[in-house]
Design a protein around this ligand. Structure first.
Ligand code: SF4
Length: 495
């Protein structure tokens, strides 16, 4: 095989959409190319051995924040044992600040930004000459209708066992400084009819789990409505073989027409990932995030009350200018709106993002190694940040897991942030661990904590028993994995 496209995915279930775009757009070279994906944690020697077994002339790696360290080891070993193999890098992690990156030094070429067209051109030059003079190639952004859609490249195995990632548009018109999409300045839609016909053929081939990676799915309501209608039609035609769709939404833009469409989806068919990040207007202004907080809150409330959509809402701790009290107020406000999951993230400094301008003035200290997590800010010292990191981990185990739906309500009480932080501090003192805590042990610890806080033993046991029996959903709302949902959806919801 002349050209091998490879990456290390975060999980087996994540099929790389980026590699499939590259393959689909290779033109005449496509016949000599194939994809070989790995999962983080694979042994470097095995990865290199399996790559070389295909006898490639060129290996193209997709490099992301979660795989850059392991990919660096793979590239280093590959170039040592097979220096004749040409290594080309692409992906967000190597699209900015290339000069200082070890992996870039190890590679032969790098394509920054959009690789769909430029990777094919570069491979043509490497194979047929004239040899490219430059190491770094800025990806050319073609018209959207010049990009071949890659969905036919999802195999039957991908469709049966993996999440199918799709995108109806690229880019984002907003400018949140912590986000790489802030550099886009706008969003570019793919031709909608072509896109929907590809969705139709995926559906006919058996795909039932569609994850949209569009950054702002609800920006163009006409387009959103047609896509939603596609799924509604499928659900109506085959209610016993339901389809499931995941979209990312901007929270303050939900016109009535979209609400009407959303309200028609049955339980277990729709998931929304909604970025709030911070409710503090001063912090929002500092990071150039435009958000109408009242509208955003109303919309989350509406979705919770009037739709069956599973709501996963993101908050970020450690933003410049935000202290713990401000974050706690935002967290408590969000809990009161009733989302099924709160993704409590810690700020990361992604390469190329404009948030770097706040480093000096706001005392931002980031880890030098991926994923470049913030370690301290002028408002939050290192020790407190570590408490927040543990909060986030325990929050995933106890609240987001959906396993303690009834108990979590009692645990949070009237001051969710303060009460969960006290629980988190206690948990760490008791266990000295944030990982590898078996479910039985976790349940026992949660019960002990409730008793320490004054709950009679029998009440704590009854609460935990009701959760074991699966009587209610996360934060007292709809069940996280509805009993009626097909197994594959339940698996996804529990992921
Ligand atoms: S955080 Fe969301 S809205 Fe803001 S720039 Fe990134 S993708 Fe766009």
């Amino acid at each position: 095989m002349t050209i091998l496209l490879s990456t290390l995915n975060a999980r087996y279930t994540h099929a790389s959409l980026g590699l499939r775009y590259l393959l689909a757009n290779l033109g005449e070279l496509q016949e000599q190319a194939s994809i070989l994906e790995f999962v983080i944690g694979a042994k470097t020697t095995e990865v290199v051995e399996r790559l070389l077994a295909r006898k490639p002339q060129i290996v193209g790696f997709g490099v992301y924040i979660w795989n850059v360290e392991e990919t660096s080891r793979v590239v280093s070993m590959l170039k040592r044992v097979a220096p004749h193999v040409t290594v080309v890098l692409g992906g967000p992690e190597v699209s900015h600040e290339t000069a200082e990156q070890e992996i870039v030094k190890l590679a032969d070429y790098v394509v920054t930004g959009w690789g769909d067209i430029t990777f094919a051109k570069l491979c043509g030059q490497i194979l047929n000459g004239p040899q490219p003079l430059m190491k770094i190639h800025a990806g050319e952004q073609p018209p959207m209708d010049a990009i071949r859609l890659p969905y036919h490249l999802y195999s039957a195995d991908d469709i049966a066992h993996r999440t199918i990632y799709v995108e109806a548009s690229r880019g984002c018109p907003f400018k949140c400084e912590f986000c790489l999409s802030s550099l886009d300045k706008t969003a570019w839609p793919f031709p909608l009819d072509d896109f929907l016909s590809q969705m139709e053929s995926l559906y006919q081939r058996g795909a039932r789990l569609f994850k949209f990676v569009d950054r702002t799915f609800n920006l163009n309501v006409k387009t959103s409505l047609r896509i939603m209608q596609f799924f509604l039609d499928k659900l109506q035609a085959a209610p016993n073989d339901p389809v499931y769709a995941h979209f990312e939404l901007v929270p303050d833009h939900l016109p009535d027409a979209l609400k009407e469409s959303i309200a028609q989806f049955p339980p277990g068919a729709l998931q929304f990932e909604i970025g709030i990040q911070s409710f503090n207007p001063e912090v929002q202004a500092l990071v150039s995030r435009r958000q109408n907080n009242d509208k955003a809150a109303d919309n989350i409330r509406w979705l919770h009350a009037h739709s069956h959509a599973h709501l996963h809402v993101d908050l970020i701790a450690g933003l410049p200018g935000e202290d713990v009290d401000s974050f706690a107020r935002g967290f408590d406000h969000l809990v009161s709106l009733g989302p099924h999951e709160i993704q409590f993230g810690i700020l990361k400094r992604l390469r190329g993002t404009p948030i770097i301008r706040h480093t000096g003035p706001f005392g931002m200290v980031y880890d030098a190694f991926p994923p470049y997590t913030v370690l301290a800010t002028g408002k939050i010292d290192f020790q407190t940040m570590q408490r927040l990191v543990r909060f986030s981990r325990y929050w995933d185990l106890v609240a987001n897991s959906g396993r303690f739906a009834n108990t979590v309500k009692a645990l949070l009480g009237d001051s969710p942030f303060a009460n969960f932080m006290a629980f988190s501090d206690w948990m760490y003192t008791r266990t000295d661990a944030t990982h590898r805590i078996a479910l039985d042990r976790l349940a026992k610890l949660v019960g002990e904590w409730l008793q320490e806080r004054g709950m009679p033993r029998s009440d704590a046991q009854a609460l935990l028993a009701s959760d074991y029996a699966g009587q209610a959903g996360a934060h007292g709302a709809t069940p996280k994995a509805p009993a009626a949902a097909p197994e594959r959806q339940a698996r996804h919801l529990a992921a």
